[in-house]
Design a protein around this ligand. Structure first.
Ligand code: UDP
Ligand code: MG
Length: 312
């Protein structure tokens, strides 16, 4: 009997977890030929999530939990789940039922019958999301796909079923700055995309503020493209060329017309502009340096405070 590991990152999800569990049990009933393990990763929740999960674990032995010492972020939670999963197939799902567990049988079918190594999902609508957020999300995907060789699909969710070998490949990427949407694409393999309409969360509220999403998008760009570095070099070259042409113009003008010195306002404007662009480019450089710094420190991706998974 094949085993499916379900990874559920939870951050302040005390209201959503019981709904999720109920729905999952319903789906499991329709998949009698498989055994399951549900790995709830409590990402330093400030509410009662861990106790809700512990209660489930006490009455259902397929429920496993990993309790983080603080909030490490969803990416760390996914990594913890992946490294502790023992199933033949592994799937990640949000606790808020925005990733409908009912799709699972279909996903398994694609892997078993059509030989895919991963079945990913993307939502085709962004219903229920603030329009400004959707707009920036679209821009982000356009931008990152122009800049990066790794394909990062617009609207892709982290809801994905993977075979063991896909998961093992993912685990080899043990980097500290994790951007799963890119990592999934980077490892390759044959991926089937399923589309579904956006579902609103069943309880609780979203953990992603606009600012958090913005920082996450920078993480994605820096992690999967070095184009901004090339961009700053190109801007530098363009400015050198422009400056050189200007010098020529001024020299000629002075020789031919004998112009007295004039126009200090334009001078101030140019130095401000050039100074600004220099700082901007240094900022880009700094962003990569910071990521490198965090990476070379080799800190653990998460710290597990307590778990009911015994790894032999
Ligand atoms: N999550 C997490 N750590 C965090 C933020 C979120 O584990 O720091 C989990 C959260 O509990 C949920 C999933 O990641 O299961 C997706 O979060 P959310 O539903 O808030 O994001 P949205 O669906 O609004 O993009
Ligand atoms: Mg959600």
């Amino acid at each position: 009997m094949k085993k499916i590991s379900v990874i559920v990152p939870c951050y302040n999800e005390q209201e959503a977890v019981p709904f999720f569990y109920e729905e999952m049990v319903r789906v499991e009933k329709s998949m009698q030929n498989y055994s399951f393990e549900l790995i709830f990763v409590n990402d330093g929740s400030k509410d009662n999530t861990i106790n809700v999960v512990r209660e489930l674990a006490a009455k259902d032995e397929q429920v496993k939990f990993i309790d983080f010492s603080r909030n490490f972020g969803k990416e760390a939670a996914i990594y913890a789940g992946l490294s502790n999963a023992t199933g033949d197939y592994v799937v990640m799902m949000d606790a808020d039922l925005q990733d409908p567990p009912a799709l699972l049988p279909e996903m398994v079918r694609y892997i078993e019958e059509e030989g895919y190594d991963s079945v990913a999902t993307r939502r085709v609508t962004r219903k229920g999301e603030p329009p400004i957020r959707s707009f920036f999300a679209r821009c982000f995907y356009k931008l990152i796909n122009k800049m990066s060789k790794t394909e990062i699909v617009d609207g892709a969710r982290d809801y994905r079923l993977m075979t063991r070998r896909f998961v093992n490949s993912l685990l080899e990427l043990s980097e500290y700055n994790r951007f799963s949407k890119g990592l999934f694409g980077w490892v390759g393999y044959k991926t089937k995309w399923l589309e579904f309409e956006n579902v609103e969360r069943v309880a609780g509220e979203t953990k992603w503020s606009f600012w958090k999403l913005f920082l996450y998008s920078i993480e994605g760009i820096v992690g999967f493209s070095t184009a901004p570095l090339a961009f700053s070099a190109v801007v530098g070259i363009v400015f050198c060329i422009v400056a050189f042409l200007f010098i020529c113009v001024i020299v000629v003008k002075t020789l031919v017309f004998g112009d007295p010195v004039s126009g200090w306002p334009s001078m101030v404007c140019t130095s401000l502009l050039v100074g600004g662009i220099q700082l901007f480019c240094i900022g880009i450089l700094g962003e990569y340096l910071a990521k490198t710094y965090l990476e070379v420190k080799k800190r653990p991706i998460y710290i597990c405070k307590d778990t009911n998974i015994d790894k032999e």
